[in-house]
Write a protein that binds this ligand. Structure first.
Ligand code: FMN
Length: 653
């Protein structure tokens, strides 16, 4: 009894403290800091039907999103519903009781829309995983459920938009009614264009289906209300940390996307020997974090925007960046009270929470048009945000091809004096950047290594664009006076060495595609040093010039000397004709077949998804056909089987 009583007191104490920490007092008022898109839903309230009913809504837009695009599209659809008298709400399937889809029909004119991204090998995003499995394994009767699906994917991946395709088909199988055709967005081309083109036909179909009409109003609707703190400042002001954290320096495990670990930068050195490009070898100290990793995993880095760009936005919008403010959701029912941790200063929001370097999407341009005093500039923005062929062409040329960011748009349209709080509402959240880990925990249990090329180039308008994360990391050179830290977390991957060390492997990793293979080779060398029997490891590496960008040359030559690796090297610019790793593979079909066909080995490819990974796939298929004496259909089935057995793995971007 005593133990039960003590346990009860303990639980009560924990709950009480959690509630306290989630409620922050500011200016005498109490603001409940609810989870942002990045924090865990702590509430047990997960009935979306209840929320819809209590707020008089009939449209619910679910999103399956990892890096925010699907979530952003869902938000835009939910917001636009009001134009058709369908009050909408965005919902994270992970935070909802999805079985309630069965009863959505009890709400008149109800509609469920799904914006779902595909990842990995045709897998759903983390937040849609449970829903996806429920659809796959269950047999709920969804008769009477009205739905539509928009998928987010990338054509360079083999399983293009597989999740959305499946969900769209499965909902129909379970009896639901498709109100409008499945839309597929391709991130390799122009996903924004795909989305607005789909949405433009989706809404009339919805109107037709429910017999409703558009209100005809093309209005801008603010989702958040601004509170600026002029005299008395709130007690708690966020300075770049995540909403769930009290302080980035007072951290506690477990570390994940919502609670990143502040890792010290232990080493940051240049890997290129010559030339004007830079490739960094960085080692993060994870000692004491209790974070574990395997070779082939990814590490996520939360970067910080360039201070000069932040300053420029302050200048262009004529705002004192030190002003402290809160953006409060006008929709009190929404679980998302703020777009990012608030209260905070404009400088912090622009530095830590918002993406200010991507190409602005069309809905941002549409809202910006309202701020232009020059009619020509206003017209230009309106045209670019329209779905007319000229509008799309102009968006493609002026935004995408010219690679303009929000800063460039404001600079080039000087009459557009946008309000900064509105911009803060419109710009997407700054996302973590993922890197393939280039070390093995067998050798380095307390450090995680990454290999990253500094992104730095001139745009067609003569501006210099720099990668957010790599340019920020580049200056973090450890020295006795300064200790640099970076918020990180580990993301598990499926890219794994064979369980049996004797299994032979082929690795294709040109440029920084070599990163995970550095970890693989470290691991295999470690096992050899322990007198374990280790299978053959064949590496295809390529770069421009041996004397310039042959990264980790010393290490590789050492492994070669010790017979740990067999190297096939392609230096594309060291001779008059270009030679790439794919050319070398073409010449070694016998060896490929010997490893994967005769000795049950594994094949890995890492790096550029657009051309290299596809070409490698084709060459492996050719080896199976020619050397394995199989016809095309049999060879394709052979390769498919290798993929399902995780004997053919790709880590591409
Ligand atoms: N798209 C596909 O169609 N099929 C895939 O298998 C696939 N795998 C991906 C794996 C990685 C590591 C990344 C970064 C993207 C992948 N994509 C794939 C593309 C994403 O689905 C696409 O970029 C989408 O817009 C992301 O949406 P989100 O920002 O809402 O997460």
């Amino acid at each position: 009894l005593l133990l039960v009583a003590l346990l009860g007191v303990g639980i009560w104490w924990l709950i009480r403290n959690r509630k306290k920490s989630d409620t922050l007092s500011s200016n005498g008022k109490s603001y409940s800091i609810q989870p942002t898109s990045m924090t865990l839903q702590t509430s047990t309230e997960n009935s979306f039907i209840k929320k819809l009913k209590s707020s008089g809504r009939s449209l619910v837009v679910f999103y399956g999103s990892q890096t925010g695009t699907g979530e952003e599209f869902a938000g835009r659809l939910a917001k636009e519903g009001i134009r058709y008298r369908l009050k909408g709400m965005v919902a994270d399937p992970e935070e909802c009781d999805m079985e309630e889809l069965v009863t959505l029909k009890t709400i008149p004119n109800s509609l469920a829309v799904f914006c779902l991204a595909t990842y990995g090998e045709g897998d759903p995003t983390d937040n849609a995983m449970e829903f996806y499995e429920w659809l796959q394994s269950g047999d709920a009767d969804l008769t009477g459920l009205n739905y539509a699906v928009f998928g987010l994917g990338n054509k360079t991946y083999e399983h293009y938009n597989q999740v959305a395709i499946y969900v769209d088909k499965r909902l129909e199988e379970l009896g639901a009614t498709r109100v409008y055709d499945l839309g597929l967005g391709d991130d390799d081309a122009n996903i924004e264009d795909d989305f607005i083109t789909w949405k433009d036909k989706f809404w009339p179909a919805v109107c037709d289906y429910f017999g409703i009409e558009s209100t005809g109003e093309d209005f801008s609707m603010r989702q958040y209300r601004l509170i600026e703190y002029k005299e008395e400042l709130p007690e708690r002001i966020y300075t770049g940390e995540m909403a769930r954290l009290h302080s980035l320096t007072n951290q506690r495990p477990p570390y994940d996307a919502k609670n990143p670990f502040l890792a010290k930068v232990k080493v940051n050195r240049e890997l290129h020997k010559n030339g004007d490009r830079s490739c960094m070898h960085i080692e993060f100290d994870i000692d004491g974090s209790k974070m574990r990793y395997d070779s082939g995993d990814h590490i996520a880095v939360y970067p910080v925007n360039n201070a000069k760009l932040v300053e420029e936005i302050g200048r262009l919008t004529n705002v004192d960046l030190e002003t402290v403010f809160t953006l409060l959701n006008t929709d009190e029912e929404s679980s998302k009270k703020h777009p990012f941790p608030c209260p905070t200063s404009y400088r912090t929001a622009l530095t830590h929470y918002l993406d200010i370097t991507m190409n602005p999407r069309t809905h941002v341009l549409k809202e910006l048009a309202e701020y232009c005093t020059d009619p020509a500039e206003k017209e230009k923005l309106k045209l670019m945000s329209s779905t007319s062929p000229e509008g799309k062409a102009l968006y493609h040329q002026w935004i995408m091809d010219d690679n303009r960011t929000i800063v460039h748009v404001l600079e080039d349209l000087p009459s557009c004096k946008a309000s900064l709080d509105h911009l803060c509402e419109l710009l997407p959240r700054l996302q973590p950047r993922y890197y393939s880990i280039s070390s093995s925990p067998k050798l380095y249990p307390n450090t995680v290594h990454i290999t990253a090329v500094l992104v730095d180039y001139e745009t067609p308008t003569g501006r210099r664009n720099q990668g957010v994360a790599t340019s920020w990391l580049a200056v973090k050179q450890p020295n006795p006076d300064t200790e640099y830290t970076v918020p990180v977390f580990i993301r598990k991957s499926q890219f794994r060495l064979p369980t049996k060390p004797q299994t032979p492997i082929i690795m294709v990793g040109p440029g920084t595609g070599f990163a995970p293979f550095r970890g693989f080779l470290q691991e295999r060398q470690f096992l050899k040093d322990e007198d374990k029997q280790v299978g053959e490891s064949i590496l295809y590496f390529g770069c421009r010039k041996r004397a310039e960008d042959f990264i980790y040359q010393d290490e590789l030559e050492e492994y070669e000397k010790k017979n740990t690796v067999k190297l096939h090297l392609a230096f594309s610019r060291d001779q008059s004709n270009k030679v790439y790793v794919t050319h070398l593979l073409e010449k070694n079909l016998d060896e490929i077949w010997k490893v994967i066909g005769e000795n049950n080995g594994h094949f890995y490819v890492c790096g550029d998804a657009r051309t290299m990974a596809g070409d490698v796939h084709k060459t492996v298929l050719k080896a199976i056909m020619e050397k394995g004496q199989l016809n095309e259909q049999q060879a394709t089935a052979f390769l498919k089987k290798m993929e399902t057995q995780k004997r053919y793995s790709a880590d591409v971007w």
